[in-house]
Design a binder for this molecule. Structure first.
Ligand code: SF4
Length: 687
């Protein structure tokens, strides 16, 4: 049997490591490929990704109320039910929920399908749980949200890198290779693998109490000012708003910040001096500082520090946020977010509406306005004024949403839940209708990685018989609904439409084509069409001349520390925080089904300081209940002496009674609507 080799990218995280898939000779084989983000490396998740392609649990037949059905029956049933729900309750009675792992083409067509075919405003996606605080803070400060406004490979030249709330050694191990030349500072309540490696290499680990990062950033800004490290020329020439920020930071002398966050004032001074004296300093944030009810302000506080030190928009230094999901960046640009249209346009902007409506061939006034954000949408399901039916594409919200016990109740209250997925995730198993769709190596498309670079996902193998692409599902549903508009099923055709819809928007893809990507060009957005042969080179580095606000300046925004929404008390004396482990990705719907990964991390655990465990009557290896005001998660105790005694840590990759999100707090950031995954009050006790 002849084999063929296809160059594509890993199905999982936003590093989007280059890999080859060799197919045609039995089980497809994955191998790493030289690419700037991974430089020939893969983590365990990437190496084992091919196992999903022929997985025995693969969904290959539509299911209607648990029974196998033909596509015609399943799609006809869904269309009939959607029509009936909308006839009875209005357009917004049908909701759509997308995901940050979907290709750009799927995200785009999903948004169009919702706004045009269904005419609903009720669409959002799981990026609200992942990147929305970083996105909002970036928009506020810089005028545009591109998580890393420089290529990852720039970090190879760094001499100091501060990682706030990022555990890249486990989430994206090849990323660590870019940091080797730098002195690293890791800010994390726990001694993560990243913190361990940094300290072993002569760096620092600062362990603030969960939910206190903003106070830490204010204390460090205070140090920068009083020790004379502020880059006055940069602040004067390239920013606005410093005085208001200093009025807040002036109250946060480091000893006061230490009393709130628990990080020694001496460490704050040491890190600020490191950054200020470095030639090529970088400051990167991730979910640890973002997933809070004040996540936007917390990211903003780190941006303020970076601006004061003159780092963003300078060659050889910078501020960035490390996007998590595979298409976390592209997934938030092309219209599956409640307040957005393609090209990162705002849905309440009349000019944007007119442009996109023109591309879609519909009147601008027919497009709905902004809808509910993800958690608000989930909370409204089945309620009198909420959606009665929902279509879910590429998201496992029964595991990934906060307070997941309540999420299950809301899904159960729906008249109709339809899930398009690859494997029987917890959410798919709760659905009335399950539609089996293609996955990474079975499809063409594009993804946008953490540095804003658009990549080609390529088809290496045929999908199993009976499986359709998400694009085909959307087109067939639109046809069954008799909907207006065109719904191409070829990814290239969808991308060409996306390019036109994005033209002139903040995330302008109009100069990017499959042809250019297939020729190996490195294209970071914005990449507008020049109109004379698509030769714009793309924008690997943003902000070098000006920021994206109309005045070209970055904005300092005054923010102050606020306690997490839920405080420990006698009944719930500990703070729980959540995160990831090396072997699993997101809700684990895929990786828990890969034998090698399941063996490496078979069950949930809770990290507890030994003294805390002893007080709770728990020993290492014992099964525990982690109890919050919302629910109980079961986990095996791991006593970790380096952990703060007031903190416990749980990975969020597991379902059922091990789901960490049974205990997390759905309190939302007022701007980004991101839930407070990273700090809630719990107790631990023996089962
Ligand atoms: Fe690379 Fe991320 Fe895939 Fe691991 S999971 S191989 S780091 S893209």
């Amino acid at each position: 049997m002849s084999t063929h080799q296809v160059a594509t990218h890993c199905p999982y995280c936003a590093l989007q490591c280059g890999m080859t898939v060799t197919a045609g000779g039995g089980v497809p084989v994955v191998a790493p490929r030289e690419f700037p983000t991974n430089r020939g490396g893969l983590c365990q998740k990437g190496w084992t990704a091919a196992e999903l392609l022929a997985h025995p649990q693969r969904l290959t037949t539509p299911l209607v109320h648990g029974q196998s059905a033909s596509w015609e029956h399943a799609l006809g049933y869904v269309a009939d039910r959607l029509r009936a729900v909308q006839a009875a309750h209005g357009r917004d009675a049908v909701a759509v929920f997308g995901g940050g792992g979907l290709t750009n083409e799927k995200c785009y067509l999903l948004g169009k399908f919702a706004r045009v075919a269904l005419g609903t405003s009720q669409i959002d996606y799981n990026g609200r749980f992942c990147m929305s605080s970083a996105a909002a803070a970036g928009n506020r400060a810089f005028g545009v949200d591109r998580g890393m406004p420089f290529p990852v490979s720039d970090l190879g030249e760094a001499d100091v890198v501060v990682l706030a709330g990022a555990n890249v050694a486990e989430t994206m191990p090849p990323f660590v290779g870019h940091l080797r030349a730098a002195r690293q500072v890791v800010i994390d309540p726990r001694r993560s693998a990243t913190a361990e490696q940094a300290v072993a290499a002569g760096g620092l680990h600062l362990a603030p109490q969960p939910g206190s990062d903003l106070a830490l950033a204010l204390g460090m800004l205070h140090v920068a000012v009083v020790e004379g490290h502020v880059d006055q020329d940069y602040v004067e020439a390239r920013t606005t708003g410093f005085d208001a920020v200093w009025r807040v930071a002036a109250r946060w002398w480091p000893e006061r910040a230490e009393r709130v966050c628990g990080v020694a004032a001496a460490d704050m001074r040491a890190v600020v001096r490191m950054l200020a004296s470095a030639q090529r300093p970088y400051l990167l944030t991730a979910r640890g500082v973002e997933q809070h009810a004040h996540g936007v302000d917390t990211v903003t506080a780190w941006i303020n520090l970076a601006l004061a030190l003159g780092m963003p928009g300078r060659l050889g230094s910078g501020f960035g946020t490390i996007t998590g999901q595979g298409n976390g960046q592209g997934g938030r640009e092309h219209g599956q977010k409640a307040d957005q249209l393609p090209g990162y346009r705002r849905i309440d902007d009349p000019v944007a509406r007119a442009h996109v409506a023109g591309v879609w061939g519909v009147p601008p006034e027919s497009l709905p306005g902004p809808g509910r954000s993800a958690m608000e949408l989930i909370d409204a399901l089945g309620r009198p004024d909420g959606p009665k039916a929902m279509l879910v594409f590429g998201s496992n919200i029964r595991v990934s949403a906060p307070d997941t016990g309540s999420v299950g109740a809301r899904l159960d209250a729906l008249d109709l839940l339809v899930v398009a997925d690859v494997l029987p995730s917890e959410t798919a198993m709760a659905a009335d209708v399950v539609l089996p769709v293609t996955q990474w190596a079975e499809e063409d498309g594009t993804m946008t990685n953490l540095e804003g670079r658009v990549l080609r996902r390529r088809r290496a193998v045929d999908p199993p018989p009976g499986v359709r692409s998400d694009l085909e599902v959307l087109a067939a549903l639109a046809a069954a609904l008799g909907a207006p508009g065109e719904y191409p099923t070829e990814p290239r055709a969808v991308f060409d439409e996306l390019r036109a819809a994005s033209a002139g928007g903040p995330a302008d893809y109009s100069g990017i084509s499959y042809q250019r990507l297939d020729a190996g060009e490195a294209l970071h957005w914005p990449c507008p069409s020049t109109g004379n042969g698509e030769d714009h080179p793309g924008t690997p580095r943003l902000f070098l001349d000006h920021f994206a606000h109309p005045d070209g300046r970055a904005r300092f925004v005054a923010v102050d520390h606020t306690e997490p929404a839920e405080q420990p008390d006698a009944g719930y004396p500990l703070r729980a925080t959540t995160g990831r482990v090396l072997a699993h990705y997101q809700s684990g719907a895929q990786t828990r089904r890969v034998a090698e990964l399941a063996a490496a991390a078979p069950e949930s655990f809770v990290e507890v300081h030994p003294d805390t465990a002893a007080r709770a009557g728990l020993a290492d290896g014992q099964c525990a209940r982690v109890v919050s005001r919302r629910g109980v998660a079961h986990a095996v105790v791991r006593c970790v002496a380096s952990l703060r005694p007031d903190t416990v840590f749980l990975p969020f990759h597991f379902g059922g009674d091990q789901a960490a999100n049974l205990v997390t707090n759905p309190e939302l950031d007022p701007i980004s609507k991101m839930p407070e995954f990273k700090a809630c009050a719990v107790r631990v006790e023996p089962i």
